[in-house]
Design a protein around this ligand. Structure first.
Ligand code: 0PR
Length: 352
């Protein structure tokens, strides 16, 4: 096969990035291993424990427990599954902000739980008063997002923890995208800041690992037991993952990336990405566009649809929020030069 994969040089919409060279190399080396069968593939299984130990350190978890999932979708589905298993009610409900990722809709569908979607406020964060009136004895889980897909916002997690506790519900934090930048900010988002029970934190997004590498972390390994099924003909006795056979590439590349970059490399990447986001926000504002301030490295701006389409026709991979704003994710592959060239095209193609 001669086809080359798409280059990253015009990709501004993705939450994935070019894997770090050490992550790419590790992924290739472990491509044919299966961490789903630890009895047969003990090396990758030991690496998975290392991955969880480092993810735990990043996320303030004292006794790391969890596993490397195929992505944020699987981790979110599994978190909802844990909450459903724990719930004392026959109608378990998940209370989540309107800003939550669509993977929770898949979770609700697959698991037969109800969703209660709470609006966000003017700052694009979950409305706490609305959460207080939404929770009740059927609430199995409250979802907080730490780095929303559309605006990069962080919900008030300690407050949500209190509300979840008041009805004996679990608190899940979706830090799929934000988890590798938040440690360098003042946001309160992790296990040490609030009574967080489960968390999604994906090495294959800001963590610069190769796809597929998502992360599910749990406060206590008992929570993981809710997912375990017996595996009679494997040498190990149970499996907590949703997938069966899975590539060791994601696990190995996550370990390699985190070994290389945590914490100093991720810190300098965060600073670079955040500076880029602020630069772009500033440039767009000066041109008269309405910009949603980037609290994390993600910029949303009200660019007319025709301009947006013209930029896409130039090959820019950009996306829009539900309300139609242009959305630029300042991932590690997004350089200042790339953004400058994007802005030059915007100036040239601008339709007002
Ligand atoms: N949670 C959050 C907060 C997310 O932003 C995403 C993905 C997920 C969970 C789900 O993660 P997986 O896609 O790993 O299962 N957010 C992006 C989105 O759906 C993913 C994405 C990635 C989109 C690359 C486009 C793209 O080119 O918008």
């Amino acid at each position: 096969m001669q086809i080359e994969p798409q280059a990253f040089d015009r990709v501004l919409s993705s939450m994935c990035t070019k894997p770090h060279p050490v992550a790419r190399e590790a992924a290739e080396r472990f491509l044919a291993t299966n961490p789903g069968d630890p009895g047969t593939y003990p090396t990758i299984s030991a690496l998975e424990e290392e991955a969880i130990a480092t993810l735990g350190e990043i996320a303030g978890l004292e006794e790391p427990a969890g596993y490397v999932a195929s992505g944020g979708t699987e981790a979110n589905i599994q978190a909802v599954r844990i909450a459903r298993e724990r719930a004392q009610t026959r109608r378990p409900t998940v209370v989540m902000p309107a800003s939550a990722h669509f993977s929770f809709r898949k979770a609700a569908d697959v698991l037969g739980v109800d969703l209660c979607v709470v609006p966000t406020d003017d700052s694009h964060r979950i409305d706490l008063e609305a959460v207080r009136s939404a929770v009740d004895a059927d609430t199995a889980m409250v979802v907080a997002v730490a780095g929303t897909t559309e605006y990069g916002r962080v919900d008030p997690i300690p407050e949500l923890g209190e509300i979840a506790r008041s009805v004996d519900a679990l608190l899940h934090v979706d830090a799929a995208w934000g988890g590798f930048v938040l440690p360098f900010t003042d946001f309160e988002w992790h296990f040490g800041h609030a009574p967080v029970d489960t968390m999604t934190i994906d090495p294959h997004k800001m963590g610069q690992a190769a796809v597929p590498a998502g992360g599910l972390l749990v406060r206590d390994s008992d929570l993981l037991d809710e997912l375990a099924v017996d595996t009679p003909y494997l040498e190990s006795t149970s499996q907590a993952t949703l997938t069966g056979t899975r590539s060791g590439a994601g696990v190995a590349s996550a370990v390699a990336a985190m070994e290389e970059l945590w914490p100093a490399g991720y810190r300098s990447q965060y600073v670079r990405s955040q500076n880029n986001a602020e630069w772009l926000a500033d440039v767009l504002e000066k041109r008269g566009y309405e910009v949603v301030e980037p609290t994390l490295p993600l910029v949303a701006a009200d660019v007319p649809e025709s301009t947006f389409e013209a930029l896409r026709a130039e090959g820019w991979r950009i996306s829009r929020t539900a309300t139609g704003e242009l959305r630029v994710v300042c991932m590690p592959h997004v350089s200042r030069e790339m953004l400058a060239s994007f802005v030059a095209d915007l100036d040239r193609l601008e339709v007002r």
